[in-house]
Write a protein that binds this ligand. Structure first.
Ligand SMILES: [Zn+2]
Length: 212
């Protein structure tokens, strides 16, 4: 049934392709990155290694291109079509992602959850699904309340990347997610003085750092 979803859309991607991409280590967010699937379809016949390399490269270019997004020359005309395409693919990806973690959730159910404003990142977490399975048979209104409450208690939005994440993706009492913290660290290597202030003195003690 869901297989049809792909075949009569312009994307000729098949379930096996998505599985393959997962196997190569890409996640559902990467799969819906702009142009990712297109790029994959171009290279589909190549071997795994080649595909992996090309796609990583593609993601990297996207990453660097983020700043000057407005000037991107592709994507304009087909934005609307692409929107629904992406949604469909997205929902299917979520479904497969859930299936991998052992949950068999119907597409219609995922559409329903998405209507309540839950992001894919949250839907595909074990924590959310565990909760959802206990409340899914509630009426919409009540379900909406329960979901909102669960989100208020278990997730928060990172102040930096503005992505809603599970609490466990933050260090305690931090407003910035661990992923962002790592990014920041990468961008400003630790000889930045502001950061070291609390560390008594001396540029680097190194005791807490593992040698590589
Ligand atoms: Zn963040």
């Amino acid at each position: 049934m869901f297989y049809e979803m792909f075949t009569h859309k312009s994307y000729e991607i098949e379930k096996s392709d998505i599985k393959r991409l997962f196997r190569l280590g890409f996640n559902c967010y990467e799969l819906i990155a702009d142009g990712f699937i297109r790029k994959y379809l171009e290279d589909r016949e190549e071997d795994d290694k080649e595909i992996q390399r090309n796609l990583l490269q593609h993601l990297e270019t996207k990453e660097h291109g983020k700043m000057s997004d407005e000037e991107s020359d592709e994507s304009n005309e087909s934005d609307n079509v692409k929107g629904t395409e992406t949604t469909k693919i997205f929902e299917e990806i979520i479904r497969m992602d859930l299936k991998r973690t052992g949950y068999d959730v119907e597409i219609s159910e995922i559409e329903r959850i998405r209507k309540f404003g839950v992001t894919a990142k949250i839907i595909t977490t074990y924590e959310f699904i565990k909760k959802y399975l206990t409340i899914w048979n509630l009426k919409d209104e009540e379900l909406d309340k329960q979901i909102l409450q669960w989100r208020a208690e278990n997730t928060k939005e990172c102040k930096r990347c503005e992505v809603e994440r599970l609490e466990k993706e933050f260090k305690i009492r931090k407003e910035i997610c661990i992923e962002c913290e790592k990014d920041i660290e990468k961008e400003n290597p630790p000889d930045d003085k502001d950061e070291v202030e609390e560390d008594i003195k001396g540029p680097e003690i190194g005791s807490s750092k593992k040698p590589k």
